[in-house]
Design a protein around this ligand. Structure first.
Ligand code: FMN
Length: 369
């Protein structure tokens, strides 16, 4: 079956999409479904299905039968609209919770044998930087979903990139911490922001969007290779709000081992920054974020040869740029500890959670018919 996920109005869908049939189904992303809460119950309690009772549950059910997925979305910063991203974040039960190596990167094992053809159709005005981000994002997502093929097509006008202006930063600067994780204070993102705050003495840290600041730290977990949908919506809403010339830094962490998997999401924040007339500072991608949740940093620092040495250096560098009001190359950090035990521990954690919910391994691997 060919599934088309789209954010068009009913009239636009009738006009632009091929008609639905036994082998072709549309799934409307608008009005937006509830954002994923990051509870992972689609792996550990109701395998393959999201527990939030709304239209978002349809996506996994339809995907289970699909061999082609087309996504038609307005393009935001090289990615999807918040409505489409909300639907996409709700589909992780489509994969199994177990980890393995796929093309040299850590990924999840597929739940289904059928492999998808992935076709993205992004419409609206886009800059060259956004089109480049979208190509990287699509390739990353195809690897994540084990797709057999992938392609991005752009529809609509093209507008030139807008350059932002710089602003000098002084002492006692105000730094906004914007935490885009649905886990808010309890998540890995919050921990990373705390580590960063310790490195910013003399700065006034502001949580949220309300006060104008000299620097904005946009921090979030990687969700389906991109920005979590609820936070993407916030970025869209605040695109015109912020003081022109303020600096933006991105801190993206992911559950898979390699920090490099955050690259497309970081460039989406850079594209947002250009649209918001802000000045880009630096992006950092933190791989193996989950290790921070399960093991406190002081304990990690005791391991072997200081397995978190690189991690600490990345945060020091970022803090240095923020304090100096400057910027630098994006850095993606993969920790020094070995990958195989990290993957094994990840799979074991999900297995344990499933067991607590009374599920056997076989039940956790069930397929939706
Ligand atoms: C819906 C969803 C999608 C995710 N997608 C990815 C992904 O594509 N790649 C990845 O490495 N981790 C992915 N993760 C894992 C999170 O990035 C990781 O658990 C992160 O450390 C959570 O940070 P937080 O505690 O601040 O929310 C995903 C998690 C959820 C809930």
């Amino acid at each position: 079956m060919h599934l088309i996920l789209h954010d068009l109005s009913p009239e636009q869908a009738e006009r632009h999409l091929p008609p639905q049939s036994e082998t072709l189904a549309w799934l409307a992303a608008a009005p937006g479904v509830k954002p994923c809460t990051g509870c992972f119950l689609c792996w550990t309690k109701t395998p393959g299905e999201c527990v939030i009772p709304d239209r978002g549950q349809e996506f996994c059910r339809l995907l289970a039968k699909a061999d082609k997925l087309s996504i038609v979305s307005r393009c935001y910063y090289g990615g999807f609209s918040p409505d489409v991203k909300a639907m996409l974040d709700r589909h992780i039960g489509y994969m199994l919770p177990w980890f393995h190596d796929n093309e040299g990167e850590m990924h999840h094992i597929p739940r289904y044998e059928r492999r998808l053809e992935l076709a993205w159709h992004l419409y609206g005005t886009t800059t060259e930087a956004e089109r480049e981000t979208a190509r990287c994002y699509c390739a990353a997502n195809a690897r994540n979903l084990h797709a057999v093929s992938h392609a991005v097509t752009f529809h609509g006008d093209v507008e030139p990139s807008r350059l932002s202006t710089t602003r000098t930063q002084g002492g006692g600067m105000r730094v906004a911490f914007l935490n885009g994780s649905p886990n808010k204070g309890k998540g890995v993102t919050a921990m990373l922001l705390r580590f960063l705050e310790e490195r910013l003495p003399g700065c006034k840290i502001v949580q949220g969007w309300d006060e104008p600041c000299d620097a904005y730290v946009i921090a979030f977990p990687l969700y389906v290779d991109g920005i979590p949908s609820g936070f993407l919506r916030e970025l869209v809403e605040h695109e015109r709000d912020l003081p022109p010339g303020a600096r933006v830094y991105a801190v993206v962490n992911n559950g898979f081992y390699e920090g490099g998997q955050n690259a497309a999401a970081i460039s989406m924040v850079r594209n947002w920054c250009a649209r918001a007339w802000l000045f880009w500072g630096q992006g950092v991608g933190i791989g193996s974020g989950e290790i921070l949740r399960h093991m406190p940093l002081p304990v990690l620092n005791l391991f072997g040869h200081g397995s978190m040495k690189k991690f600490n250096r990345v945060l020091d560098t970022l803090a240095g740029h923020i304090l100096a009001g400057g910027g630098g190359e994006d850095i993606c950090n993969t920790p020094n500890f070995p990958r195989a035990p990290y993957m094994l521990a990840g799979s074991a954690t999900f297995r344990l959670e499933g067991k607590k919910n009374g599920l056997t391994k076989r039940e956790m691997e069930r397929r939706l018919s």
